[in-house]
Design a protein around this ligand. Structure first.
Ligand SMILES: *[C@@H]1O[C@H](CO)[C@@H](O)[C@H](O)[C@H]1NC(C)=O
Ligand SMILES: *[C@@H]1O[C@H](CO)[C@@H](O)[C@H](O)[C@H]1NC(C)=O
Ligand SMILES: *[C@@H]1O[C@H](CO)[C@@H](O)[C@H](O)[C@H]1NC(C)=O
Ligand SMILES: *[C@@H]1O[C@H](CO)[C@@H](O)[C@H](O)[C@H]1NC(C)=O
Ligand SMILES: *[C@@H]1O[C@H](CO)[C@@H](O)[C@H](O)[C@H]1NC(C)=O
Ligand SMILES: CC(=O)N[C@H]1CO[C@H](CO)[C@@H](O)[C@@H]1O
Length: 210
């Protein structure tokens, strides 16, 4: 007969099991989060005009490939925190970019590629975004007003594209923004009144403020 221990030892074992289960589910949680983020980023890669881009070879859903070691991807706790695809010869649009599925993304650097089409309004879903660089592409149409939802944004570089229309009023409400580059587009109209007077010209002329 096996005697089941009662009293303190079983209490201890109960707690041990609880701790182990917690660790297990945390691990499982972050593993499934990264599997989902890998799947949506892979889908975006498949949507670009040159998914065979050699720099993106590591972007694979094979078992031996892990999201956090993909080219240009940096993670915190298994979730994508930084995406740096600057100067990577990417020809494509942002229409399939998983803006709603990368909740921990803080830095996007996709400058100096062949990005075209418009900037989707879903960009406003990246609520933790601090840094957004889409300069040096062929992005067209207007800057979406949803950019004003990126409350943590410090730097916004959209210079050297084909953006048109007026600068959305909402940009003036981004209180941490101190580095705005909009030069070399087809933007027109006045600087929105929402920009505070001290920062106006500096912003317009694309100079960093502090
Ligand atoms: C980018 O892809 C489009 C569509 O496939 C193609 O027409 C265009 O020439 C490409 N641009 C460059 C610079 O390769
Ligand atoms: C993963 O496996 C595939 C197919 O077996 C192989 O071609 C690729 O080089 C491997 N990648 C890594 C990062 O080991
Ligand atoms: C990573 O996850 C652990 C456990 O959930 C948490 O305590 C820690 O603050 C997280 N680290 C960051 C940088 O978010
Ligand atoms: C992205 O990588 C380039 C080249 O390594 C580097 O110059 C740039 O500062 C990086 N951008 C960010 C936001 O880390
Ligand atoms: C911006 O450009 C697009 C096409 O490139 C055009 O349809 C649209 O009318 C332009 N918008 C403004 C405000 O000029
Ligand atoms: C999940 C989420 O925040 N979705 C939003 C993404 O952005 C679009 C366009 O702004 C909204 O309509 C969604 O509600």
């Amino acid at each position: 007969m096996i005697s089941v221990p009662i009293g303190e030892p079983s209490f201890f074992i109960f707690h041990l099991v609880l701790v182990l289960l917690t660790i297990f589910f945390c691990f499982l949680g972050s593993a499934s989060a990264s599997a989902e983020e890998a799947a949506v980023l892979f889908k975006w890669k498949a949507s670009i005009s040159n998914p065979d881009n050699l720099l993106l070879t590591s972007w694979s859903l094979q078992q031996n490939s892990s999201l956090c070691s993909w080219y240009g991807v940096s993670c915190i706790n298994g979730s994508v925190n930084r995406l740096n695809l600057s100067d990577s010869n990417i020809n494509g649009t942002l229409y399939n970019f998983p803006f709603s599925s990368l909740p921990n993304l803080e830095y996007i650097d996709m400058g100096n590629n062949e990005l075209w089409g418009s900037i989707p309004p879903q960009i406003g879903n990246l609520s933790k975004l601090i840094y957004l660089d889409l300069q040096g592409g062929a992005l067209s149409n207007e800057i979406p007003r949803e950019i004003g939802l990126l409350k943590n944004l410090h730097a916004l570089h959209l210079n050297r594209n084909n953006l048109n229309g007026s600068i959305p009023e909402e940009i003036g409400q981004l209180r941490f923004l101190n580095d705005l580059a909009l030069a070399a587009n087809n933007l027109d109209g006045p600087i929105p009144a929402s920009f505070d007077v001290g920062r106006r010209l500096l912003f317009y002329w694309n100079i960093k403020t502090d």
